[in-house]
Design a binder for this molecule. Structure first.
Ligand SMILES: *Cc1c(COP(=O)(O)O)cnc(C)c1O
Length: 378
């Protein structure tokens, strides 16, 4: 099955009807081990840590959507990142975007830093800053675009040119855009990271992660580490991830439409100071976003007069649920300062205390705007 269209591949790639019964949906192969044809002669897999047919189907479909040769699924976005970073050695160096996901920063500073990995944060939109952050030992330049929670846009092609010139690989965390809107490997990135928990899963009902790459050396190393480290998803979560992936294209369309409507409403609201949405022409990254993304995503952040006012608004919405996470059918509201970004408070990644982040869901946009209008009213 091949198609030029991701929407088609998401539904068919790796998902031929099941052989004995013709099940149209890939079954949940809830097994830990497999009967072997003879001693040390497995049919396909010998043990569930190494592989599982439900997980295989999800990996094949996501690899195809990202345009990569191979995908590895993980139990969480963080375990995908950990396994990727374990391909490095003590003494190696990583350059991180200065507004990278807080969990990634924590993993490097609190877990892999003491273990021996070196790290520098830098504004990846600034070519000079990146050039001076690079060292001979730099192995990865870690990009997140759009970033969290300020929706900063990094030019993937420009970063890839610079990183490759000094022999480093480019990692792109594509969680916010998803392959429905942005294909980092086509733009020169070497590895795509996902928190499958977010848009790919799409229904706030699983924790999952993934890596996608076409780099043969990395594929070999990761295939070994997946089994050796064992941070793999169970069959049920692989099934939910694959089910989410099938509707990613249509969901992203609605997320983008709703977020654009919400961003435009907030931009003209007297109690809103600044709106961060890459679809707004006033956004710093708008021009680059227009070239590397097919639409601008479902995340919108904005500031209000004070931290207290931000807290009041976040407590006052009725449709927008006060919760961490993002990318699902229901709209969520949160304060990055005390919630998702609490682990980076006091670090260079600290975010404004009067900032509110919205994950705009799939409800009718009129209802979402009415909810925000009511919450913002005094
Ligand atoms: C949530 C998230 C992660 C971590 O993924 P988990 O599935 O929560 O482990 C990494 N990167 C980004 C951008 C995220 O939003």
């Amino acid at each position: 099955m091949t198609s030029d269209h991701g929407d088609t591949r998401a539904i068919h790639e790796g998902q031929d009807p099941d052989l004995p019964f013709g099940a149209v949906t890939v079954p949940i192969y809830q097994t830990s081990t497999y009967a072997q044809d003879d001693i040390a002669v497995p049919k396909v897999w010998d043990y569930g840590r190494g592989g599982n047919p439900t997980r295989d189907a999800f990996e094949i479909a996501l690899a195809s959507l990202e345009g990569g040769d191979r995908c590895f699924a993980f139990a969480s976005g963080m375990s995908a990142e950990t396994t990727l970073l374990l391909t490095l050695r003590p003494g190696d160096h990583v350059v991180l975007a200065d507004d990278v996901y807080g969990g990634t920063y924590r993993l490097l500073t609190k877990v892999l830093g003491p273990w021996g990995l070196e790290m520098t944060t830098c504004d990846l939109a600034d070519a000079d800053a990146l050039a001076s952050a690079m060292r001979p030992e730099t192995r990865f330049v870690w990009v997140e675009t759009p970033s969290n929670p300020l929706l900063k846009i990094v030019d993937i092609q420009a970063v890839a040119a610079l990183a490759h010139a000094s022999g480093a690989r480019v990692v792109v965390d594509n969680t916010f855009a998803s392959p429905a809107l942005q294909l980092p490997l086509d733009l020169g990135a070497d590895i795509v990271v996902h928190s499958v928990t977010k848009y790919i899963g799409g229904h706030s009902d699983l924790i999952g992660g993934a890596l996608v790459t076409s780099d043969t050396e990395l594929i070999e190393r990761l295939a070994f580490l997946v089994n050796a480290v064992g941070a793999v998803p169970g069959p049920m979560d692989a099934f939910l991830a694959l089910r989410g992936l099938k509707t990613l294209g249509v969901r992203m369309q609605r997320h983008c439409g709703n977020a654009a409507a919400v961003a435009s409403f907030l931009s003209s609201h007297e109690k809103v100071n600044q709106v961060y949405y890459p679809g707004l022409p006033s956004h710093d990254g708008h021009a680059v976003a227009t070239t590397q993304m097919s639409d601008f995503g479902g995340m919108v952040s904005f500031t209000v007069a004070s931290p207290d006012e931000a807290a009041r608004v976040a407590r006052s919405t009725r449709l927008f649920v006060l919760a961490e996470s993002l990318g699902a059918v229901e709209s969520l509201i949160e304060l990055p300062g005390p919630m998702t970004h609490a682990s980076v408070s006091g670090s260079p990644l600290e975010v404004p205390a009067n900032l509110i982040r919205l994950s705009v869901g799939l409800e009718h946009p009129d209802d979402l705007i009415a909810d925000l209008a009511r919450a913002l009213a005094p």
